[in-house]
Design a protein around this ligand. Structure first.
Ligand code: URA
Length: 212
């Protein structure tokens, strides 16, 4: 697995406001979208394109367009939904599949409760959106799911990642022959005893959508 942690002052600035406990939900949602758009620019550097001929007002020249079938964006419900708009800003034609996963608060392991994805993903590049890579259980399960359906390449995009989660993903994806990449806006210190990322930003789903 290739891991990329962003190193850009604009990303650090936005991430700092996002972490602040006083940041309200509307601001949190807007910053999440902006951060994902910035991350997506790097994360899509290897998106598949093919050459096409373009007719300009003056002449014809060679350009590129996304290959078909195009990339698939997969937000993990619920918190990944807050990242979708930011991703679609750069990939407006991408199809979107949904995976509903929840963390069992006793075992911290992920459980799937909803799924809306194509039956086969052969040849598809998949971009998985999940803001917090904590224990890694959710993303590991999502990656397994997409690999089992035939995905060609998987790129996970997170806002914050914990070393424990990265280690788990590295372990769990070591046997997979599909390229897996991780793009994160920040790498934090550790998990606390409740599985929260420290210093972190709290519960991303609650901060995006309220405590429901
Ligand atoms: N999920 C969150 O929303 N926050 C954390 O810190 C860990 C998991």
């Amino acid at each position: 697995m290739r891991v990329h942690v962003a190193d850009h002052p604009l990303i650090s600035h936005k991430l700092s406001v996002l972490r602040d406990a006083r940041t309200d939900s509307p601001t949190f949602r807007r910053l999440t979208e902006e951060l994902v758009t910035l991350l997506a620019y790097e994360a899509t550097r290897e998106v598949s394109v093919e050459t096409v001929e373009v007719t300009t007002p003056l002449t014809t020249t060679q350009g590129v367009r996304l290959t078909s079938p195009g990339p698939l964006v997969v937000p993990i419900l619920r918190a990944g939904l807050g990242m979708l708009e930011g991703m679609q800003r750069l990939l407006p034609t991408a199809e979107v599949g949904f995976l509903g996963m929840i963390r069992n608060e006793e075992t911290f392991e992920a459980e799937t409760y909803a799924e809306r994805l194509p039956d086969r993903l052969d040849g598809r590049q998949c971009y998985v959106l999940d803001p917090m890579l904590a224990t890694g259980g959710t993303l590991a399960m999502a990656i397994d799911f997409l690999v089992a359906r035939g995905a060609r390449e998987i790129t996970a995009i997170t806002l914050l990642s914990a070393p424990e989660g990265i280690e788990r993903l590295e372990r769990d994806t070591a046997h997979i022959d599909v390229p897996v990449h991780l793009f994160s806006a920040g790498l934090d210190e550790r998990l606390d005893e409740n599985g929260y990322i420290v210093p972190g930003l709290g519960d991303a789903g609650d901060r995006l959508y309220g405590i429901v």
